[in-house]
Design a protein around this ligand. Structure first.
Ligand SMILES: Nc1ncnc2c1ncn2[C@@H]1O[C@H](COP(=O)(O)OP(=O)(O)OP(=O)(O)O)[C@@H](O)[C@H]1O
Ligand SMILES: [Mg+2]
Length: 439
């Protein structure tokens, strides 16, 4: 992409309404535009990041055997009456009436709808297990939308739903999602710790919140810091095999959010030197709730014994749009965002120090073509802005590499290569710089 033709409305000033770094930086880097409280337009740079996050989530869901669908944002109120949640959900639900006076709602989650789809087609244990997921916008009329995309009203969520014939297999499906979550967040450059979570009215005791540690997190968390050193399963993890050992390793050490924190137990189980009190951002939650929806909604399957029973379900959410903010909270400095390679909107920023200079233009074009060919997705700053402004913008938008090309360097046969994360700068011939970026 050439910056002269792109749409990147960066802000020089800090927006007054932004209280935390990620919100401030997303607005300043031209990623986001607030359209109403908690409702945002994703501008081109932001949308590229959102799509990268979404794609990692999708790949890890697929790897774990989940199957992608797409359910609508609007749902019938009657569906939610079947589970009893239409009245329970309260003011967070956005209720809509169509021209025929039919009651609809903008989905805050999809347990009812997926259960309705499942029961229409699946009748036998032979078709199980199944796990269906979608990545779709949700609406929750949050009392206090704030911190930009971290707590929006309209937000993008990945939600998966597992279906099994019995509890034991339901637990295995839960374990697959648990492991997929460890992998998903690691691929985005995040350290996310699974923590025991409140099960609330849903019942059962199997739920984990995946929490990224950050000073600006909304909840206090208490954990055994040794959890942060546990190895995350690799891509070759066998989702058909027994994952209970991995889940046990990750759930053995104490880790809890303030809602469920048990100080006595914490002190008993965790040596003082290992206790870590911090703040955290919830980026995902896994839940096993058995027949909570299948029983009232009569989603039954016949077992090997021919007897019909409610299918056993779990649900698994990831805050896709919240993750864009969480990644920035975990990775930024004074100058701006520092994108992990896997979610960076562009891989490299090429800074032309003198557009119009024949040698500089030629070198920039050669770099642009080479980096495009190797899939590095370069953003070429070919605008007339002063070098100082260009450097500030590059640091602000946080691309992993900056390749700086100017007439003086070229006269000596060199360009400058900067790694955003470390600030390390090297002066070297263009071909060597291109090789270093692709290494
Ligand atoms: N208002 C929101 N804005 C952005 N992301 C959200 C919002 N609410 C939930 N999410 C994301 O969706 C995921 C799954 O939704 P879930 O129903 O578990 O949310 P939740 O527990 O109500 O979230 P929270 O406790 O933060 O309100 C959450 O882990 C979070 O990452
Ligand atoms: Mg949650």
């Amino acid at each position: 992409m050439r910056l002269s033709r792109y749409f990147l409305p960066v802000l020089k000033q800090n927006p007054a309404e932004a209280q935390i770094a990620s919100h401030r930086l997303m607005l300043r880097a031209g990623m986001l535009r607030q359209e109403a409280a908690g409702i945002y337009a994703w501008l081109p740079l932001g949308y590229r990041v959102l799509r990268k996050i979404e794609q990692i989530v999708r790949e890890e869901m697929d790897r774990a055997g989940a199957i992608e669908v797409l359910m609508p944002t609007l749902q019938l109120a009657d569906l939610w009456r079947e589970s009893g949640r239409y009245d329970d959900y309260g003011a967070e639900m956005l209720r809509i009436t169509d021209r025929h006076e039919r009651e609809l709602l903008y989905g805050p989650t999809n347990e009812e709808m997926i259960t309705e789809i499942f029961r229409a087609y699946v009748k036998s244990y032979k078709e199980l297990p199944k796990n269906l997921y979608h990545i779709q916008w949700k609406f929750r009329d949050e009392q206090r939308p704030r911190f930009g995309v971290m707590r929006g009203r309209e937000f993008l969520m990945k939600d998966a739903y597992s279906f099994d014939v019995d509890d034991e297999r339901g637990q295995q499906s839960y374990n697959r999602m648990f492991v997929a979550y460890l992998r998903t967040f690691q691929r985005m450059g995040l350290q996310a710790a699974p923590m025991r979570a409140e099960t609330g009215p849903i019942g059962g005791d199997l739920s984990h919140e995946f929490i990224v540690l950050a000073q600006t997190g909304e909840s206090a968390v208490f954990l055994d810091r040794r959890m942060l050193d546990l190895p995350v399963p690799g891509e070759d993890v066998d989702y058909e095999g027994d994952l209970s050992g991995i889940v046990a390793d990750w759930t053995r050490l104490y880790a809890a959010t303030e809602d469920v924190h048990d100080p006595a137990r914490y002190e008993r189980e965790t040596a003082e030197a290992d206790r870590l009190t911090a703040r955290g951002i919830e980026v995902g939650q896994t839940f096993y709730f058995g027949d909570k929806y299948s029983r009232p909604m009569k989603a039954n399957v016949s077992g090997p014994d021919g007897v019909e029973r409610p299918v056993q379900m779990g649900s698994y959410g990831v805050g896709v749009s919240r993750l864009a903010g969480a990644i920035i909270e975990a990775s930024h400095d004074e100058a701006g965002i520092i994108w992990p390679d896997a979610v960076a909107p562009f891989g490299v920023g090429i800074v032309s120090l003198r557009p119009g200079d024949a040698a500089v233009d030629a070198a920039c074009e050669r770099a642009y073509a080479a980096l495009t060919a190797t899939g590095k997705e370069p953003l070429l700053d070919d605008t007339d802005e002063r070098p100082g402004g260009k450097f500030a913008t590059m640091d602000l938008i946080g691309l992993p590499w900056q390749l700086i090309i100017g007439p003086r360097g070229l006269a000596d046969g060199v360009v400058e290569l900067k790694r955003r994360r470390t600030g390390e700068r090297r002066t070297l011939p263009l071909d060597e710089a291109l090789a270093a970026i692709s290494a």
